[in-house]
Design a protein around this ligand. Structure first.
Ligand code: HEM
Length: 484
């Protein structure tokens, strides 16, 4: 049986060797994988940075070296990962390709430069380096918006598309605010007090990264948990609106100390996040897949949200009487909110990366797993190392929150070491087996040529995936494969 590649649309969906059955708009695997690989390396850097600044963070969580460590986390790790997911899922959800793969690669290069130059510039007090990083961040978010406006102009695709639109707007606002902050470092233009800095945290973590995750999760959870939630799934839709609107009100409320914006903003944000948790609960209740590591990742990630809320509330209560303790609690609250996204990112990476690698391998003609059976997603990583990643990311976030809240350098340093280990484990575990398979394929090809094969492996090679599954894939329902 010979499978035929699905017709490739123009723009970012057209790439050589796209396997049959993969939705036509999906970008080449190298687009999301470059962001996701850089995100894992970012996590290693983030851990090193926190271990390095652990002493400073205990005495002053707003000191420059700490700001540098924060940004290795939020820019090189979290935003990088969310950008990878955005480039993969926007075309999938909207069924429209990116405007251009080149733009996606330029966005990656710009964000990579910004994500590493900003912390380096701040840590080494090189204002020119921070200035370039601000320009790079601004450029990268503009390129992102240009690339995604095409697919995101689609109508009638529901809350996930709304979330992606809000997320791209949040990325633009955060990028420009970051560029303004960086500009301020050239000549102290504004008074950047602690609550202005927290406003950036709210905008970046919830108005961009959080709302994107909340929206995309509504599409991924039914697939990954095999969950059919009956009805119109109102909590999921309310979550998108609540998180987006809450962040849009809370951030300026904090920046300009306008209680009339900050208080309703915080309330709406909390309600939106609450709806997100209710939606998760509904998916968990209606799932057909047994409890597994992915579920543990999701539930633990969600648990960081009430922890973040508790720490932030404690900070608000303590700040008027004890400034140091209040700042430490606020920093721990930001860390817990980032922990929500980090744990979810690492957990989803164990589903999404094998899925993308599977298409990449099939595009090169690799159709069988190590045991000679049809290639499964589970063949592409070691589940024991995935459990190590779960343990290390959970311990890392817990130790970071505790170390910052209690101003204990030992715990903050421990979190740094454990987060670095997590980054290494994730990067190696998710890439080693696919790369080995690719190498095996490359070495097998000359011998195939010698025995009379074509020597070229491409999507039209016969596949052993079975007639019914191939039929489903050909009809564009590649999603079915993700449930394996
Ligand atoms: C997801 C995106 C982002 C998040 C969550 C975020 C979060 C934060 C937080 C929490 C702080 C306060 C840190 C502290 O006081 O310890 C901060 C400060 C800062 N951020 Fe960001 N940030 C983001 C993106 C950016 C970008 C893109 C830039 C510029 C390229 C940037 C530049 C800065 C600068 C320069 C400061 C220090 C401001 C000062 O001098 O007080 N940030 N950010």
């Amino acid at each position: 049986m010979v499978t035929t590649p699905a017709p490739a649309p123009a723009g970012g969906g057209a790439w050589e060797g796209r396997p049959a059955g993969l939705p036509g708009a999906v970008p080449p695997p190298s687009v999301p994988l470059s962001f996701l690989a850089a995100s894992a390396i970012g996590l290693v850097g983030c851990g090193v940075a926190w271990a390095w600044v652990s002493g400073t963070a205990a005495s002053d969580p707003t000191a420059d070296p700490v700001v540098a460590a924060v940004h290795v986390g939020v820019l090189a790790t979290l935003s990088m990962g969310v950008l990878g997911a955005t480039h993969q899922f926007t075309p999938v959800i909207t069924a429209r390709p990116l405007r251009s793969v080149r733009l996606a690669r330029a966005t990656f290069a710009g964000w990579l430069a910004a994500a590493w130059m900003l912390p380096l510039g701040i840590a080494t007090e090189q204002v020119a380096v921070t200035a370039v990083s601000g320009a790079m961040a601004g450029l990268a978010v503009v390129l992102l918006a240009v690339n995604l406006t095409g697919p995101l102009s689609v109508r009638g695709k529901g809350a996930s598309v709304t979330a992606l639109r809000v997320g791209v707007s949040g990325a633009l606002l955060t990028g420009f605010l970051g560029a303004a902050f960086v500009g301020d470092r050239q000549g102290n233009w504004f008074a950047l007090s602690g609550h202005v800095d927290v406003a950036m945290g709210v905008l970046g973590l919830f108005g961009w990264l959080g709302v994107t995750y909340v929206g995309v999760a509504e599409k991924l959870w039914p697939m990954f948990m095999l969950a059919h939630v009956p009805g119109r799934r109102l909590p999921g839709r309310l979550a998108v609106w609540g998180v987006g609107l809450g962040a849009v009100l809370l951030a300026p409320g904090l920046a300009w100390s306008v209680t009339g914006l900050a208080v309703p903003g915080a309330g709406i944000l909390a309600a939106g996040l609450g709806c997100h948790l209710v939606s998760l609960g509904m998916h968990v209740r209606h799932r057909r897949r047994k409890a597994d590591l992915h579920l543990a990742y999701l539930v633990t990630a969600a648990a960081w949200l009430p922890v973040a809320a508790g720490l932030c509330l404690a900070a608000v209560l303590v700040l008027p009487t004890d400034h140091h303790a209040g700042t430490a609690l606020a920093a721990a609250g930001v860390a817990a909110a980032a922990g929500w996204l980090l744990e979810a990112l690492v957990g989803h990476a164990h589903k999404v990366v094998p899925f993308i690698a599977w298409s990449a391998l099939r595009a090169r003609g690799v159709t069988n797993g190590p045991a000679g059976k049809p290639l499964m997603f589970a063949d592409l990583y070691d589940s024991r190392w995935a459990a190590v990643a779960y343990a290390s990311v959970t311990l890392g976030v817990a130790a970071l929150c505790a170390g910052l809240a209690a101003s204990t350098p030992g715990l903050t340093a421990l979190s740094g070491v454990v987060l670095s280990i997590c980054g290494i484990v994730v990067a190696v575990n998710l890439s080693a087996i696919p790369l080995r398979m690719l190498r095996g394929r490359a070495t097998a090809e000359p011998s195939r040529a010698l025995v009379g094969g074509t020597g070229t492996a491409h999507a039209s090679a016969p596949t052993p995936i079975g007639r019914r599954r191939a039929e489903r894939l050909r009809r564009g329902r590649g999603r079915a494969a993700t449930s394996r």
